[in-house]
Design a protein around this ligand. Structure first.
Ligand SMILES: C[S@@+](CC[C@H](N)C(=O)[O-])C[C@H]1O[C@@H](n2cnc3c(N)ncnc32)[C@H](O)[C@@H]1O
Length: 411
């Protein structure tokens, strides 16, 4: 059995929790559903630990990889002239990544690096040939026939990372891959694509950040595979098991290290959940949109917090602002009083503490969801007969750069 399947089993078992929307925290009685029921007790934590242990075992350490590669390329010092004028985060990321790119070039004999979505250029150790044109599942601009290339991408959003894994495998000239994925919520999953237009898929996943003109130009030559490409899962092992993670769980995975929430962000989650409860009780027609999705109220928490300091008054102001935004005609003083009473009723109980606890458990889940997404690409590279070596590496300190995992492969 593929050991990574324990990650899938975990995400399957707790998929409902991983995809729960905190806006339903009160209305859906999450205290009962997830806490009092014992669903997220010792067994949940034991499984989280087992998943973490597995990933630690499966990740390759940079030092070990460098030994294997007999590498002499070193991590750039922060004051190296090559990176010192960059913002701290970028300088750090490039320092950590560029020596590995140089290693892969050295070991494969490639002198051509294709850096996708390069921004300022990922590598300073080797000459980079940046790619300006749009990458599609059927086309990698920058490939020169017969010339060995290493394919590089730092923080490629959603499906773009999956496309690069796919292209690296099928294009002969690509002899190495160094890739740091990000924005997992943009990954496409088969179960979520029904009914979406072609352009939606293309612009949210593969061409995120590109201009409309760039997308339109590439559309002209676009072939069928661009419509059919599914970013997650990619590996046979997970595809054969019909793995589904879900959009909200992928969104959680994006924040796995940086979700330490301040009191004010917890309070904003609490207010939004209370607003839903309030709307369901008094104005149910305004609680969800025509597609049954929760209405968007924008950044009204910050506005309410600016005007009022007392929690009850702040929530009344919040409801007033929501009423304006949702164009609810008759939220008068009487309703605002009811809103205030609702806040007091729920804060007097255990609710706010429950919310804090559930957010903590969501953080634990988030890490495993991120591991699952990483494991899928590790499996995909491993399944390919092309690569002499493929590995997943934690390349960054997540405190410095939260999307911290690198996928590396070479012939
Ligand atoms: C999150 S940014 C990362 C940029 C840079 N590597 C860095 O780390 O600062 C992702 C980049 O990929 C580019 N991009 C998105 N889809 C693309 C595609 N299909 N082909 C080429 N570039 C693409 C975007 O324009 C954006 O510059």
């Amino acid at each position: 059995m593929n050991e990574f399947l324990i990650l899938k089993d975990f995400c399957d078992e707790y998929r409902d929790f991983g995809n729960a929307h905190m806006v339903d925290f009160i209305h859906g009685d999450f205290s009962q559903k997830y806490l009092n029921s014992g669903m997220l007790g010792d067994e949940f934590r034991r499984k989280i630990d087992a998943c973490k242990e597995l990933i630690e075992k499966k990740l390759t350490k940079v030092e070990d990889l460098k030994k294997e590669l007999k590498s002499e390329n070193e991590i750039l010092a922060p004051d190296s002239p090559k990176v010192k004028d960059m913002p701290d985060k970028k300088s750090y990321e490039i320092s950590q990544l560029s020596h590995l790119i140089a290693d892969v070039c050295q070991t494969t004999g490639a002198d051509h690096v294709i850096d996708v979505g390069a921004g300022k250029g990922t590598s300073t150790e080797v000459k980079i040939d940046c790619v300006g044109d749009v990458v599609r599942p059927d086309c990698l601009p920058g490939v020169v026939s017969g010339r060995k290339s290493v394919l590089v991408g730092l923080h490629c959003c959603g499906d773009l990372s999956s496309v690069l894994c796919h292209l690296s495998e099928i294009i002969e000239e690509i002899v190495g891959l160094v890739l740091v994925p990000c924005c997992y919520h943009h990954l496409s999953e088969e179960s979520e694509l029904e009914g979406n237009s072609k352009i939606d898929r293309y612009s949210t996943g593969i061409a995120r950040g590109l201009t409309k003109e760039e997308i339109a130009n590439s559309e002209v030559q676009k072939t069928d595979i661009c419509e059919r490409f599914i970013g997650f899962p990619m590996s046979n092992i997970f595809r054969n098991q019909n793995l589904i993670l879900g959009q909200n769980a992928r969104m959680l995975a994006c924040h796995s290290e940086d979700r330490i929430q301040s009191d004010s962000s917890l309070k904003s989650v609490f207010f939004r959940a209370l607003l839903k409860e309030f709307l369901m009780e008094f104005f149910p027609d305004f609680a969800v949109d025509a597609d049954g999705k929760d209405v968007r109220v924008g950044k009204i928490f910050a506005k309410a917090a600016k005007v009022e300091k007392d929690d009850r008054k702040m929530f009344e102001e919040y409801v007033k602002l929501a009423g304006k935004r949702l164009k609810i005609p008759d939220i008068n003083e009487e309703y605002l009083k009811k809103a205030g009473e609702m806040l007091e009723k729920f804060t007097a109980g255990q609710k706010y503490e429950d919310l804090r606890e559930i957010e903590g458990l969501r953080n634990l889940y988030a890490k495993i969801a991120e591991y699952l997404i990483l494991a899928d690409k590790m499996n995909f590279l491993e399944e390919s007969v092309k690569w002499r070596k493929s590995a997943g590496i934690q390349i960054f300190d997540p405190k410095m750069s939260p999307r911290a995992y690198c996928l590396l492969a070479y012939k």
